[in-house]
Design a protein around this ligand. Sequence first.
Ligand SMILES: [Zn+2]
Length: 264
Amino acid sequence: MQFLPSPPKQQLSYLYFGHASFAVSDGESLVIADPFFSGEFEWLGKVERQLEPATIPVDSIHPCHAVLVSHEHTDHWDAEAIRKLLVNTDCTVYAPKPALDVMAQEGIDPGRCVQVSKGMSVAIGELQVTSYPAVESDREDEPVSRVGYLIEYGGDAIFHQGDSHGPAKAWQEFKQRLTAMVVWPIYVDSYVTQMRPPTVIFHHMDRFEPGDFFCNKDPQREVDYWSYRYPETKFLAPERNVWLAVRIPKSRLDPQCRGRHTSP
Ligand SMILES: [Zn+2]
């Protein structure tokens, strides 16, 4: 059985569990964005089954200081995972109201949950976590339904955008501070041209059956295609279950990704 490895100290790192689920840590505090460990969820009246579910058991995660849920779709959280995290750790769950409403129906203790609003910023130890609206919620009044989370530490910032269908205007606020951005491999042109992230980390590509939603992508093909289109940006499909630095040292960038002048 695999366990969550210890995060590196004094650097902003992330670990990819699979599909849309990530841990982010500075080596002291740990947050989990979009905890989906069940391997199946209901979509359009059918059960979508993940062919390779997360292999780190949610029970092995300790400590966890915050759980960040982007929206109510249950490929981004599952009630069992949240229940276990609440039992095993001191975490607080942050989520938009529609997700919290479903969680309450699932019996999740509302006393451990916080409803997020646009621009809400909390310190989780030395991690600063700020919620920004997804593009669908850019002009939505509170309570917003979909958010992403910017997680900052030591001058680095990673943004997990959940399932925003393109960049929101509100994201311009942190554009200059962005080190890496977690996106699905759609609307990539707009993410790259409007946000200019040094690194793009793809998620939402895992294989599901029947796969009647955005999934079943070929990670290498996406990385190759987008790296060719935008050679100044580092694209990657992260390996699972290992801590990776949010900031990629320039010397580690692929030589073929440097020195090109134009992006088509
Ligand atoms: Zn999704």
